[in-house]
Design a protein. Sequence first.
Length: 161
Amino acid sequence: MHLFAQQITETVAVETPGWVYQLPTVNAVLNGLATVLLLWGFIAIKQGQRETHKKIMLTTFGVSAAFLACYLVYHAMLHHYTGSGSQAFSGTGIIRLIYFVILISHVLLAVVVAVMVPITIYRGLKEQWERHRRIAKITFPLWLYVSVTGVVIYFMLYHLG
């Protein structure tokens, strides 16, 4: 009986699959692609190409949704396999402060963007042009900031130091 109890309480170490560690790079690529698409969509609407703008912005929304799915899977799997859902930043000194300022602003604004983007898209799809333009003037720079800082955070966390 004692042996049985010992076997139950022992934890079996399971190695984290390699694909889990590839997800941060996938996330950075998706954020980078969202950045390029956002800029392209902005240029398209400034040139009066409304249909092109619509297609690009819906694609950007899809890319951002794919990012969010991969991001959540990464952190869930990292927690599952390692017991920690995050990667620690190893930088010290001023770079550590810069990293956390960028990270905190990124996370807070990502929450705002996650609410504003669907509203902005909805208003565009419903052809509520004035209301769409008004919120898009706020949504666009915030979404762009979140996309760009997502890539910056990736490089700082996984390639700096």
